[in-house]
Design a protein around this ligand. Sequence first.
Ligand code: MG
Length: 292
Amino acid sequence: MKLARIRHQGRPRAVVVEDGTYALLPEAFTDLSAVVAGGEDALTEVGRALRTAERVPADDSVLLAPLSRFNRDILCTGWNYLDHFYEGVGLREGQEVELPKRPTFFTKGPDTVIGPHAPIAFDPDVSAKWDYEAEVVIVIGQDGRSIPEERAWEHVFGFCVANDVSQRDLQRAHGGQWLKGKSIDRTMPLGPWITTVDEVEDPYDLRITCDLNGERMQDASTAQMAFGFERLIAELSWGMTLRAGDVLLTGTPSGIGNAREPAVFLKDGDELVTRVSGLGELRNRVAATVLT
Ligand code: MG
């Protein structure tokens, strides 16, 4: 099942994405967090509601981020594709490290989240080095602490797509941290919907691409992940409870702008298209925006 949120008659509504239509779910489902946390029972209820649901024609432009309320920061993985780790060697400005033996984690503020077709709030006064990072996202569906790898999938509700838009100068300017260069308001498209885990035949056969103004900048398979989904869940949950509704970005492959020669950074008017096979597409304009 593909679950999305749309703006319908001025209000957010939860929908099931079907071929060419969106099936509107009752208002009680409007925040998908309850469906995500509700597991099989909630999905059964959604299935029941579908029998009589009103259908509207599918229209990308009304899609909202599938989740709007978060337990905490967006959870993220760094350097999870070896080619991406190696492309950055020598470019980390005093933050050089050995190839990690365990996954690298960090977080982004939830105010970064925007819809799958919303403008990326670009402000050149905030940063001079805006970069893109196409990523597969896991949505946690069941609370768990110290989850063993063999039980990891029991805790996953589904998948979606994100672009971990980053400000490289802010990543470096505030000591050995990434939070600041990853948390600029309204910069991370998430969506276009949540694809439930049962619909993904092989999570290690997903193709991730990122196009900037029509040019392919990133192109990889989840088969190239250094640490697989199960390992990420096991390591991150070690002694630290993951909760239903938590969102975990699983890392970006090579091809980022900062590692190019010459470097490529996002600018006003650019179009960023982030796709994962079977999970959908984000299409976002980089748009000069001054937030107050
Ligand atoms: Mg990233």
